[in-house]
Write a protein that binds this ligand. Structure first.
Ligand code: DAT
Length: 182
């Protein structure tokens, strides 16, 4: 009964990551609904639980207290039954043993520009996020932090992309369950 952690989980844990505006919330919410998984919006938790040391003045994003965040997540179903969708614009702090799939959403830069300006991003914040997408920063972070066979890059330019992506992940979850059934 020295099963590795993934074998003990009933359902996989999935990270949905990518540059702000690529569609993480959109995907995570739909996936959580269709799979009946728990959606953990890391930003929301950081804010609600106060796992931060204020905001970075320049970028307006939270300076996250990673130890507090990880201690909190350790107490959720993430580390036991699984079936969690983690949604955040970073991925390398989550321990590999927790994670079964890392989805990196990608978006065409003109599409992303429109989404971010619609959100009120401008100046340095807009520029930094655009650069991050163009330089595939999150994809590289995911590939560095996790085994390459669990990292998948998915496009999120159009509404049809979301539908296709959800179907693909649902199929992947079915296979995962078969492979991990006792
Ligand atoms: P994120 O959580 O990564 O910041 P979001 O899910 O809030 O992104 O999406 C940002 C905006 O873009 C929101 O208005 C929904 C829209 N959007 C996201 N993905 C899309 C897609 N594939 N097709 C059309 N619109 C999309």
């Amino acid at each position: 009964t020295n099963l590795p952690p993934a074998m003990a989980r009933k359902n996989p844990n999935i990270i949905v990551t990518g540059t702000p505006g690529v569609g993480k919330t959109t995907h995570a919410e739909q996936l959580a609904r269709s799979l009946d998984f728990k959606h953990i919006s890391v930003n929301q938790i950081v804010k609600d639980e106060g796992f931060h040391e204020g905001k970075d003045e320049e970028t307006g994003s939270w300076i996250v207290d990673e130890d507090k965040l990880l201690d909190y997540l350790e107490e959720t179903s993430l580390s036991t039954a699984g079936g969690t969708i983690l949604d955040w614009h970073a991925c390398d702090l989550f321990p590999e043993r927790w994670i079964d799939l890392v989805i990196v959403l990608r978006c065409d830069s003109t599409v992303l520009y429109d989404r971010l300006t619609a959100r009120g991003y401008k100046g340095k914040k807009l520029e930094e996020n655009m650069d991050s997408e163009i330089m595939q920063v999150l994809l590289d972070e995911a590939r560095e932090g996790y085994s390459e066979d669990i990292v998948v890059e998915l496009r999120s330019d159009k509404a049809e992309d979301v539908e296709g992506n959800i179907e693909r992940v649902e199929q992947w979850v079915e296979v995962w369950r078969k492979n991990n059934a006792e």
